[in-house]
Design a protein around this ligand. Structure first.
Ligand code: MRU
Length: 349
């Protein structure tokens, strides 16, 4: 099985997701600027994986600071965190991961530089370990919602590639399969970056999970034929009221699911829930390079000079979400109460 991201003696090692499914290449990053670039350019992507990468970026950056003066070290550390936080705006896991690293330094005010460096590396490794355990718990809770023999539609990639391993939405599918259920998957291609075609189809195929690839505009037809029993997607940021930002096109899928009476589940760790944000319209939506729309893997498919938009995410209003599956359990409406209650349950170690 491939590893999405790993902390090794040589540096932070990540599978280059831009090259999949054609080539399985692992890049090693030895400084935080390299890790920041990898997040920005989507070598690594998917909210939880971005959180892990950012934490490892802070750790590797801290390890490289050349001072033994704790005050100077903390100043440099702050700059490293700020740079990593500027890479992508929507997935709150990025800021969550960096915040965990900042709080390690904050909670050891008298520590030497050598101790802080060690503690930061330990914390990044812990975040990585926890993410895999969290995904398995999401799978355990979510797996019970899928009936044996179900066919699930998913959008984008919320799998092992989007996390430290196992996945959130695909974790739910794996959780059901691991418990002996027969589950088939329809994967939306997910224009423009093709995370569904390139990544979800790749990892499910590798795992021998029954997967059928469709283009995004086929979802309504497939649902209309009665072929889908549930939709399961991941999330990049969930507001306190349950409004969910996820890959562009998720909102359309949610509307189609509603029209066809199909349950629409969001699977995400607590680190994706942002209680500071009340409604989905407060979530910052990343606009990416228009080349992603006007070109398909390097070849131009639109007239030069045409006006283009490329929002990378959309927000699905809470009314369209049947349930949110987390590592602490499944939450239903009213989300405002249920999501808050989850945080009282403590974290998975
Ligand atoms: O732009 P990406 O590929 O980082 O977007 C990823 C998604 O939208 C995923 O669905 C989301 O991060 C959940 S991943 C478990």
């Amino acid at each position: 099985m491939f590893k999405t991201i790993e902390w090794k003696k040589t540096g932070v090692v990540m599978i280059d997701q831009r090259l999949l499914p054609g080539k399985e290449v692992y890049n090693t990053y030895t400084d935080y600027k390299g890790v920041a670039g990898a997040i920005k350019d989507m070598v690594v992507r998917g909210a939880p994986a971005i959180g892990v990468a950012a934490a490892m970026g802070v750790a590797i950056g801290a390890s490289g600071i050349k001072t033994s003066d704790p005050a100077a070290f903390r100043k440099e550390l702050g700059k490293i965190c700020d740079l990593l936080a500027s890479t992508r705006p929507t997935a709150v896991n990025l800021f969550w991961g960096i915040e965990r690293m900042r709080s390690v330094a904050a909670s050891h005010p008298g520590a030497s530089v050598a101790t802080l460096k060690r503690l930061l590396v330990d914390e990044a490794k812990k975040i990585h370990r926890e993410d895999i355990a969290i995904c398995r718990e999401i799978g355990r809770h979510g797996g019970t919602l899928l009936k044996d023999g179900s066919t699930v539609l998913t959008h984008c990639n919320a799998g092992a590639l989007a996390t430290a391993g196992y996945g959130t939405a695909l974790g739910v599918i794996r959780g059901a399969i691991d418990r002996g259920k027969k589950i088939a998957v329809y994967a939306d291609e997910t224009r423009p970056f093709l995370q569904g075609a390139r990544l979800t189809a790749w990892e499910l195929h590798k795992d021998k999970i029954d997967c059928t690839l469709i283009t995004d505009n086929m979802a309504g037809y497939i649902m209309g034929k009665g072929l889908i029993n549930a939709v399961v997607v991941g999330a990049d940021r969930i507001a306190a009221n349950g409004d969910t930002a996820n890959k562009i096109g998720t909102y359309s899928v949610a509307i189609l699911a509603k029209e066809h009476g199909i349950p629409f589940y969001v699977a995400a760790p607590l680190s994706t829930i942002d209680l500071k944000i009340k409604h989905g319209d407060e979530i910052p939506i990343e606009e990416r390079n228009t080349n992603e729309v006007t070109q398909l893997r390097g070849s131009v498919i639109a007239p030069k000079g045409i006006k283009v938009r490329n929002p990378a995410f959309d927000v699905t209003p809470n009314r369209l979400v049947t349930a949110i599956i987390t590592e602490k359990g499944v939450v239903k409406k009213p989300y405002i109460k249920g999501l808050k209650a989850l945080f009282a349950k403590g974290s998975i170690k």
